[in-house]
Write a protein that binds this ligand. Sequence first.
Ligand code: DGL
Length: 248
Amino acid sequence: MSGSQVLRVGFFDSGVGGLCILRAFQALCPGVETEYIADTAHCPYGNRPSEEIRKLSEANVRKLLKAGCQMIVVACNTATAAAIDYLRAKYPDVPFVGLEPAIKPAAQKSKTGIVGVLATAGTFHGRLYNETKAKFAKNTTVLAVVADEFVEAVEKMYAGMGVEEILLRLGDAAGGDAPRYGDLEPIVRRRIEPLLKAGCDKVVLGCTHFPHLKPLIEKICGDRAEVLDPAPAVARQAKRILMERGWL
Ligand code: DGL
């Protein structure tokens, strides 16, 4: 990056999910310009073949690079699983930050030795997830739950809203004034209750659409399980990379 260039970081997801990552990043690095692509024309990514997700991800990356982004946050667990190795090889000069279910902290912090991971099928099939699980959750029972219907529910919840409004609503949720979830509770409860009954004390949000439902998931978990949201750690990692490169 040259001295006169404006620092700009690009984010993409299949839809509005990754806005929770964008919001955490903006809170940590307020002076940095950002670009966000919600590839809603192809949402959801969750059940698409890896090859197709790679192509969609690369198209998003090209647009972000064209818009002048110097670093890219793949704000989608599914796209990270399918495409991050490919993207890093294809664009070796561009730093990429990816998303991966937080199994390691969940396993380390669990007292019951049972953790639940909510993600898409694509994420569960990925190399990253399976390697991390084998390495850091050997002695932990990991209950993997595909919750694709949450993706659709979140997209619907924000239908017709622009990015700024969604970011504001996310802010309200973070401040305790939960957004109105309408009739989503039974849909969410159906996935969470079996985990709690099985003894899970950590619930990992392994898809960026899911932190948008965090207040509701936390309400269902009560004091039975802690909900792990990846956004703050990913934002810190993005900031660390910018600082290492001397860009920030
Ligand atoms: N938000 C995405 C993720 O983190 C993908 C959801 C989807 O498109 O299926 O995995």
